[in-house]
Ligand binder design. Sequence first.
Ligand code: TXA
Ligand code: MG
Length: 335
Amino acid sequence: METELLTSNDIKRAGALLRAGEVVAFPTETVYGLGADATNEAAVKKVFTAKGRPADNPLIMTIADEKQLHDFVLVSEAARQLMTAFWPGSLTIILPIKPEKVAMIVTGGLQTVAFRLPDNDVARAVIRDAGVPIVGPSANTSGKPSPTTAQHVWHDMSGKIAAIVDDGPTQIGVESTVIDMSSNVPTILRPGAVTQQQLQDVLGVTVIDATSTTSVASDVTPKAPGMKYRHYAPDKRVVMFDRLDAIDLMHSLQTHDVVMAQDTTIEVMKLSLEQSWSLGETLENATEQLFAGLRFYDDEVQVATIYVEKMSPIGIGKAFNNRLAKAAGNQEFNL
Ligand code: TXA
Ligand code: MG
């Protein structure tokens, strides 16, 4: 299959391909997604095939308007408050399904389904043109870091999907916060740009963060099925390090090692341009750059180990550290 490269001028082409049951990668404010008509089982199957995704890992349904929800799910008052506060935006909300309204292939057999309304005009225009909700998992090969540019999508998906809509680099750089609103206790299953505090402020009740333990213990079954797979991981060895250990790390770096760190840390460690990937100066810069740096070094044959600086666990820093810990398989630098 020859993958077409589209732009925001080709919304109608993207919509037509989706209606025809084809897979089209689309931009969002978090990472690029892999779109297909969520009401067409054959189309959804193609998404699992293109990603190499296990069939028990459910997909997010991506919509352009809240009214697209009501055919599929029951919306509680609390869920509605979240939508008003955070949509369009980086919050995926898990809701109970109306019986027999969503295909098994989308939900992986669960009685719930995840919905997201992205803060990206091109994404919403494509979905409106398609006229149906589209599934929208991240547009990477299963297990690899999510794509933050159309070039990343091309790297993983060219020849496997009908088209990619290029809208430049994504702004946030990690996937949306996932909150389970299908039970009595609102629970965060994946940290993202929308924080626990922000959610609690809107809901006025305690929100559990099921991801807040620092290690991702393998004997605990995560509630988001996707979180049990080795995720966001390049083939290269990834090790996280603390800023306080920067000097020790500098002295133990080997010739083929590289470092991803904030600018001040790169200066302290006296790293050359070839040895380092800048995570900028803010938590937001760092989060936007994480997957791009991992992907870049993964393709550099001579690189041995990628050391990545941990961020302060505040705001989006939690999401950064969560994705980094997965990429590193929890390996930390210790002398
Ligand atoms: O930012 C995002 O959310 C991106 C962009 C493209 O929208 N999409 C994304 O989708 O990250 P995906 O499929 O790569 O990750 C969705 C996560 C997976 O870990 C999946 O297991 C979980 O959400 N999930 C989906 N439906 C669920 C459900 N009904 N119950 C529990 N977890 C669910
Ligand atoms: Mg994903």
